[in-house]
Design a protein around this ligand. Structure first.
Ligand code: MN
Length: 172
């Protein structure tokens, strides 16, 4: 959610860069991590040139799969405890988590114990995606990965909570 923090009267408009806008998107990501300890990307020089998606298998306190879709210069992210549905009709809970930097799409490694998300991360699938719908309540997207393909729907699951979504594969 965009938020006004302060007006910079000391800067002309043309000195405002996309990086400054981006870094506010990643504030939550940065505030949760200590980059002196964690090998995760700090993401200050990420450039987006398309629509990448990645699913990372994250052996944290509990195994889950992180689905990330590139949008507006960051990776929009959801933790999917049971993994991605592979068949039409299967529904999975997906919990919206903080935006991640684009570099995160290449990240594999071990987050040291004591750190946020401690455990190992490996790429389960990645590729590009297109979308038909993207609004506050619904995202309809078509991933092209090694494993994932077809049409997927993420629908906000308001009854379950603010950050809860349902993820399912649609009939193509
Ligand atoms: Mn995770």
């Amino acid at each position: 959610m965009p938020r006004f923090s302060r007006l910079r009267t000391d800067k002309p408009t043309n000195e405002c860069t996309i990086d400054q806008v981006k870094s506010t998107h990643l504030q939550e990501y940065e505030s949760k991590r200590d980059f002196k300890v964690s090998p995760e990307p700090k993401g200050d020089d990420a450039k987006g040139d398309g629509r990448i998606f990645v699913v990372q298998e994250h052996h944290a306190r509990r195994l889950h799969y992180d689905l990330r879709l590139e949008k507006d210069g960051v990776l929009k992210s959801w933790a999917v405890p049971k993994g991605l549905p592979m068949n039409p009709g299967e529904k999975r809970l997906a919990i919206e988590v903080e935006d991640h930097p684009l570099d995160y799409g290449n990240f594999e490694g071990t987050i040291p114990s004591g750190q946020y998300g401690a455990g190992t991360v490996k790429i389960w699938d990645r590729g590009t995606y297109e979308f038909k719908v993207w609004n506050d309540d619904m995202i309809e997207f078509m991933p092209k990965g090694e494993t994932l393909e077809g049409r997927y729907i993420l629908a906000r699951f308001k009854k379950a909570g603010k950050k809860q979504w349902l993820l399912f594969k649609a009939k193509s």
